[in-house]
Design a protein around this ligand. Structure first.
Ligand code: NAG
Ligand code: NAG
Length: 569
């Protein structure tokens, strides 16, 4: 066969060996995850899964998923519209050392890195409907191959794969986050980096704008003979060719290497576990794992293959994000909206729980390891369930639960969330707002206000601004038509038109230096530096609801973050 020079050049380009790594981060927008739900259509299709997951991505997620169905989704939490994939991982709970009750740790955000590694193979888009899993949900002992001071391994020719770990960013690493020389039997194991290890750290992750996170690398070689659904056999990690390139076995397809970075606001609980710091971890995955060794993630591809291939071949935008890739096919979602669905399994997964949804016994370290089996048979399961004495809080909780039950619907529905605002003025009256009036752009400083996991400013949640400063946040919110801007935790920007709850804090609570301006302050831990057009915060009439309703609602807003919880009253 004879090729013209141009055709040959094109052919060579399309299968060119890749000499250096490029990458681009997939970012999500909106208020929280798609859903928090005991479903896992890869491992447990058609039925409730064993544990609760936090799910991101396309709205056609459900007990069963197929690529074709995902492509029909009404919306996705991913910024690029072409990505109708789903990404999910176990939900994280805080076990209160005081009363043993479990509470969801607020999900903070998720990045998915798309790495295009140096390889002799052509890198191809994920085939539509590809299902894969990485990490091992059954582990309660360290992953084989994990050892103190050793790095992660993602090359099967070099030993067991250790691709799922935990990162604990901290102001400083003295004392270490994982006990020195731990072998994993009583505590997690430190890897070769201070901030990284296998198993939960024993220290508070107080890193700058960056609490605890799970890190899960996925394999990038797909075996078409195994097929899309055979998640146990269809993927493998590539191996080094001896010259720094990672290649797949012959006949397999080299796909992007994806990496989940999932943050939870663990630091927000530090006042409640400070007595445990340095001694044990108060966190438990939804599967009952108190060690953290079982960190894992799941992925189903719903990508428009053409759009993903265009990114692979042309985009090296790095941290700027896929939504900034030149020529991105399909465009970018409106980040002032949210994409949410209701979980098809009706149960309470948030609030103060006596046990984990699905009744998973807690295991690991001080609770007894139970080996590395998921079976609930056997040993000393310290699921300290208390039959709680009736208390005013419980009464409120029951009221809330029944309200939730009567308002949830059974089909999975797509909700473009809106900002529903009920004011309970705890603290200063709106007109008492600080008015030191420092002008930033066309807004003025209105004071430091408390934030909560349901977000008091929810028009735009964590705008994608890079390194945040007040000027950039105000101008972003203003350009989107909002009249209130708030910066938090040194590096986050929120927009809205009013605060859903007004609780004024002392300015000293808003004292974190802005990531994007060393000379200014950008809020604090659950504290917003608020800027408004008028320099005051406005609140709706607080008398529209009775005190009781308000109390219930407030509690409800705190503990249920489902769309039903938000939108119905
Ligand atoms: C979902 O998948 C399960 C297992 O493959 C199957 O038995 C069930 O019929 C499927 N349900 C639907 C609605 O497709
Ligand atoms: C604030 O951020 C913007 C956008 O990143 C940047 O251009 C500007 O220089 C920053 N301002 C200060 C005072 O650092």
């Amino acid at each position: 066969m004879i090729f013209t020079t141009a055709a040959l050049a094109a052919l060579v380009a399309s299968v060119a060996a890749k000499g250096s790594r490029t990458f681009v981060v997939l970012r999500h927008y909106g208020n929280g995850p798609l859903t928090t739900c005991r479903a896992d259509p890869i491992i447990s299709p058609g039925t409730a899964s064993a544990h609760v997951h936090t799910v991101m991505g396309a709205s056609n997620f459900g007990l069963n998923v197929t690529g074709e169905h995902l492509r029909q989704s009404e919306c996705t939490t991913a910024l690029p519209k072409a990505d109708m994939s789903n990404y999910w991982f176990p939900t994280l709970y805080f076990k209160d050392p005081k009363d043993g009750k479990l509470e969801q740790v607020p999900f903070f955000y998720m990045n998915v890195y798309y790495f295009f590694e140096p390889t002799n193979d052509p890198i191809k888009a994920f085939p539509l409907g590809l299902k894969m899993v990485s990490g091992d949900a059954m582990l309660r002992t360290p992953p084989p191959g994990a050892a103190y001071g050793k790095g992660s391994n993602m090359d099967p020719s070099k030993g067991p794969i250790t691709a799922a770990s935990i990162t604990c960013p901290r102001a400083n690493f003295n004392p270490p986050s994982w006990p020195k020389d731990s072998d994993g039997s009583m505590a997690g194991i430190k890897s070769n980096q201070d901030g990284e290890g296998w198993g939960f750290p024993f220290e508070d992750c107080d890193g700058y704008a960056s609490p605890m996170r799970a890190d899960v690398h996925f394999p990038s070689c797909y075996n078409p003979k195994a097929g899309l659904d055979d998640y146990k056999n269809n993927m493998a990690f590539p191996s080094d060719d001896g010259h720094g390139k990672q290649d797949c076995p012959k006949g397999w397809i080299h796909t992007p290497h994806i990496f989940f970075e999932t943050y939870w606001n663990t630091h927000g609980f530090v006042d409640r576990f400070k007595d445990l710091v340095g001694k044990e971890s108060p966190f438990v995955f939804a599967n009952g794992d108190a060690t953290g060794f079982s960190v894992h993630g799941d992925f189903v591809s719903g990508w428009d293959e053409k759009a993903l291939q265009q990114i692979i071949d042309n985009c090296d935008a790095g941290h700027a994000g896929i939504h900034t890739c030149p020529g991105l096919i399909g465009g970018v979602n409106d980040e002032s909206k949210s994409c949410k669905i209701e979980c098809p399994i009706k149960e309470t997964v948030d609030g103060k729980l006596d046990k984990l949804p699905g009744n998973n016994p807690i295991k690991g370290w001080k609770y007894g390891t139970g080996g590395s089996s998921s079976s609930s048979s056997g040993n000393n399961l310290a699921v300290d369930i208390e039959s709680a004495a009736p208390s005013p809080t419980n009464v409120v909780k029951q009221a809330v639960t029944s309200q939730a039950q009567t308002t949830t619907v059974v089909q999975t529905t797509t909700v473009q969330s809106t900002t529903t605002v009920y004011i309970s003025a705890v603290g200063a009256k709106p007109t008492d707002a600080a008015t030191d009036g420092k002008a930033v752009g066309d807004f003025k400083y209105a004071g430091c206000y408390k934030d909560a996991s349901d977000r008091v400013l929810s028009g735009v949640i964590r705008a994608n601004l890079g390194r945040v400063n007040n000027t950039a946040c105000v101008s972003h919110c203003s350009s989107k038509g909002f009249s209130v801007a708030g910066t938090e935790y040194g590096g986050e920007c929120y927009c809205g038109n009013e605060l859903s709850k007004v609780e004024k804090l002392d300015d000293s609570k808003c004292s974190m230096t802005c990531e994007g301006d060393g000379a200014d302050k950008c809020g604090g831990d659950w504290a917003l530096s608020v800027y408004t057009k008028s320099g005051k915060v406005s609140a709706r009439d607080v008398h529209e609801e009775s005190h009781h309703r308000r109390h219930v609602h407030n509690h409800y807003m705190h503990h249920r973050r489902t769309p039903a919880g938000r939108l119905r009253r």
